[in-house]
Design a protein. Sequence first.
Length: 187
Amino acid sequence: MAVNLELPKERNLYLQKQVDQASMGDLTQKIIEINEDDARLKKLYDVYGIEYKPKPIKIYIDSYGGQIYQCFGLLGVMEKSKTPVHTIVTGCAMSCGFMILISGHKRFAYKLSTPLYHQVSTTKSGTLKEIEEEIIETKRLQETIEEITLERTKITKKKLKEIYDGKVDWFMSAKEAVELGVVDEIL
């Protein structure tokens, strides 16, 4: 008698809108649910002496970016995911979309896709004290973004400084993204 231990679970996830609380909440919830299912299935397979190899979660990205705090929440879940998370840029992966792209366990780009890196931005207004506090927080966020980028890609500090000194937005082709270690492979 064959035992079917596999439960159907959608593993293709889509970020085709703004990075915000709703979109990151949806992706975070789905990744956590898949990890819980995989942990349960692993225990079940162990009972039968079978090795369980979970299929990767794939996040298809076509996003102009959005809110960095919500993005960081998703990045933490992706980093801790025992089920591999693969990221695929289909159109654009800009700003927070770029951060999500480089945080995949494996990263891919379609040939005509466009990753974009830039500095964190803010639109704070208010009292001088509020603006000074916002500057301190913006610098902290920028340092975190740089740290993640330097850790997850072949981009150097020198290259980031060149970008900051020369342009606001750094658009790159899929080919350039592979050369810089932003993605592992072009699909």
